[in-house]
Design a protein around this ligand. Structure first.
Ligand code: ZN
Length: 142
């Protein structure tokens, strides 16, 4: 297994309440010329967690930080005008926290942030993941 020390939270940047699947995202990413879906886990509107790219493979979700990280994405992140918005359903919030907690327990995670913490030009994931999940990391995210 590759060394994993970072979790990065994303949104799909799709309008609220519009369901999308792993296959949709895989198709979009392949259209960009990537080998597979860029994220490792996808959280649907109903809170179900779906596997994307296998965790033992390096993802394609954050510039310069893919090698030691896992990419987790929730479906949504935009309002109907495609403006950034925290559109997480209650089920997605519950599932996201549980998944991140499980991953922190499974791997030696030192950093848990949102995409925008690595790339301030981005709004992704449309909420402050670093702050919301700081309690999952012992001593806070570094
Ligand atoms: Zn992102």
């Amino acid at each position: 297994m590759r060394p994993i020390h970072t979790l990065v939270v994303h949104c799909t940047a799709t309008p609220e309440n519009r369901p999308h699947t792993v296959e949709d995202i895989r198709r979009w990413h392949k259209q960009q010329g990537w080998s597979d879906i860029g994220y490792h886990y996808v959280i649907y509107l109903d809170g179900t967690v779906h596997a994307g790219r296998p965790v033992n493979q390096i993802g394609a979700h954050v510039a310069g930080k893919n090698s030691g990280s896992i990419g987790v994405v929730y479906v949504g992140g935009c309002d109907t005008n495609m403006k950034p918005k925290d559109t997480r359903t209650p089920a997605q919030k519950t599932a996201l926290r549980q998944l991140l907690s499980d991953l922190v327990n499974k791997y030696d995670i030192k950093t848990l942030v949102g995409h925008r913490d690595f790339d301030p030009k981005k709004a992704c994931p449309s909420f402050d993941a670093k702050r919301e999940y700081a309690d999952l990391i012992k001593g806070g995210s570094k």
